[in-house]
Design a protein around this ligand. Structure first.
Ligand code: ADP
Length: 555
């Protein structure tokens, strides 16, 4: 027997329409690449997205046509998300931090027909002249006054504001099938070639609904959300959809993610929730510390962070010391785990009622875990025998997930399931433990774990201990070949500016924090560490650099 309820498709256009009708006056504040702070509302965003949808269709894009974006977090980027998706096109967000050749390859692979670019990215595109495949026009996301001269060899440049101005208001969003694609994002290729994850209206709406559950990021119409995660990678953790869904004010920080710029917006806009990778928060905390040292006392309530109460941290493991430092400034950390293939949010580390009275050390240990799945995501941790591991927080295995916002296949590889070692499940490539309450702890990526004498050493654990030393700014632990043990850890450290520390002092810091045999004998210092396009440690390059150094030394 079928249920007798309305079959209304889950569409992103309906999310924006809801925000315009229910929270029409709520603000969207953007730091623009042109300079000034820009303010608009959900009502105005809806109206402009409707006109942009018509403008994009007028450029000759057919259903499913790809609109690439090279853009920071800002209101025009948000309009493209909704205009393209809502009109039955696909918004392909491109990570501008990838190598130029990779960017061109992705644009060609996605078969982008129109590219929308912030002014900052015109020089990047100029360098890709002749390599942009099917791209017919580049829409420069600015007004006439800021339009640059057309670079040589590129498709024609169109002015975003002129395209919009040419369209009369109003557009009936088509009643698409909810499984229609609306967004495309390529993995950043940390462990291989970038692969395209093709999100559907249904997956985006359900993921956003999941993110609106209170234990995820505590979002509501009273929230002021500032995504410090880019809209060009994994939909800024779904905030472009979850914020309008709940009617939260949205603060988009544009290209400036340094401590001073973020702090300015946090205070001036009353930000209550933000999300970002650990390095963003380390940058903000270091900046605040430096201000405190200069000024003696930090201005403003709550350790200098105004109304900020909660930050979501993920993308790579959040070191416990970052959780502690933010707590000291009145901010709670919600650790989150996810991937491009999981839209991304899948696990978050909210405490349960029974954890309320826990001593601070145990609370910290709990929030340092990546957490439990939000409704919609199921997971398994399978041992080497293919069976679920004991839920004891010690036994580890491969982390598999499934759910309506987990990728089933990659764009262009539709016939082969995405990483499916178990039918119907997505193999994340991460190694994890799970405890009796279902809190997952990511031990490492399969490719990064250090296999020493038949035992596994978690590179994440070594890095977390290293950065808890006050002299260490950043740390990377990688495996180096060892004739006796197979592999041993190599720890590469970046010291804080002007601070001296020796390898011996670092080793002493490890004693009592980790089993003796895990302590790295080989500790080196570097000026900086290589990072991926999403700000993660590029461990493959660190291993290569080490091998090159060994060779040069004649070892
Ligand atoms: P890429 O795989 O190219 O780095 P993603 O952004 O999709 O791109 O990265 C997903 C991976 O990032 C996960 O598989 C996991 O290894 C890592 N990751 C994400 N969040 C966390 C977290 N909170 N703790 C540890 N690792 C994380």
């Amino acid at each position: 027997m079928r249920g007798l309820m309305m079959d209304v498709p889950l569409l992103v256009s309906a999310v924006l329409r809801h925000a315009a009708e229910t929270h029409g006056e709520t603000e969207i504040v953007s730091r623009t690449v042109e300079g000034p702070i820009h303010r608009t509302t959900y009502a105005a965003l809806h109206e402009r997205s409707q006109r942009l949808a018509k403008a994009l269709l007028a450029l000759g894009l057919g259903q499913g046509g790809r609109v690439g974006t090279l853009a920071w977090n800002g209101y025009r980027h948000l309009e493209i998300y909704y205009a393209a998706g809502g009109a039955g096109l696909v918004c392909h967000t491109i990570n501008p931090r990838l190598f130029p050749e990779q960017i061109a390859g992705i644009i060609r692979h996605a078969e982008d027909e129109i590219l929308c670019a912030d002014l900052t990215f015109l020089p990047l595109l100029a360098g890709l002249a002749g390599k942009l495949g099917a791209v017919r026009a580049i829409v420069v996301m600015t007004d006439r006054a800021h339009m640059p001269p057309p670079p040589e060899g590129l498709p024609p440049l169109l002015c975003y504001e002129e395209l919009l101005a040419a369209q009369p208001p109003g557009f009936d969003w088509p009643a698409l099938d909810e499984n229609t694609a609306c967004g495309l994002c390529y993995t950043s290729g940390t462990t291989g070639m970038p692969k395209g994850v093709l999100y559907s209206h249904r997956s985006c709406v359900l993921h956003a609904l999941g993110c609106c559950l209170p234990d995820v990021f505590e979002l509501s119409a009273r929230s002021v959300i500032m995504p410090a995660v880019p809209m060009f990678h994994v939909n800024a953790w779904g905030t472009p959809y979850s914020a309008p869904m709940v009617g939260a004010k949205l603060v988009l920080p544009g290209p400036k993610l340094d401590g001073a710029s973020l702090r300015e917006l946090i205070l001036s806009e009353g930000v209550t929730f933000s999300a970002g990778v650990p390095t963003v928060w380390m940058g903000l905390l270091d900046w605040l510390d430096a201000q405190g040292e200069i000024a003696g006392e930090i201005a403003g309530a709550q350790g200098g962070l105004g109304a900020l109460r909660l930050v979501g941290i993920g993308g790579s493991a959040c070191p416990p010391v970052v959780i502690e430092r933010l707590a000291a400034r009145g901010v709670t950390v919600r650790h989150a785990w996810g991937m491009t293939e999981t839209s991304p949010v899948a696990l978050t580390s909210a405490p349960q009622a029974k954890h309320e009275g826990l001593p601070p050390r145990e609370r910290l240990a709990l929030s340092a875990r990546q957490g439990r799945p939000l409704y919609g995501v199921e997971f398994r941790v399978l041992g080497a025998d293919g069976q679920p591991v004991a839920r004891d927080g010690v036994a580890f295995g491969r982390l598999l997930v499934r759910g309506p916002w987990v990728a089933a296949a990659y764009h262009g590889l539709e016939d082969s399931p995405a990483h499916a070692t178990e039918p119907g499940w997505f193999d994340t490539g991460d190694v994890a433990t799970v405890d009796a309450d279902g809190y997952v702890c990511i031990v490492d990526r399969t490719k990064d774990v250090i296999k020493s004498g038949g035992e596994w050493i978690s590179s994440i654990e070594l890095e977390n201990i290293a950065v808890s030393h006050p002299a260490v700014q950043e740390a990377a632990a990688v495996a180096r070949p060892d004739p006796k043990w197979g592999e041993r850890p190599l720890l590469v450290l970046v010291r804080r500016p002007g601070v001296a520390v020796t390898a011996e002092e670092i080793r002493a810091h490890f004693h009592g924090r980790v089993a003796r045999w895990c302590i790295p004998e080989d500790i080196r210092f570097a000026e900086e560490l290589p990072h991926t396009a999403t700000g993660k440690l590029l461990k493959s390059r660190i291993r290569e650099l080490y091998a090159e150094a060994m060779q040069a030394a004649g070892n």
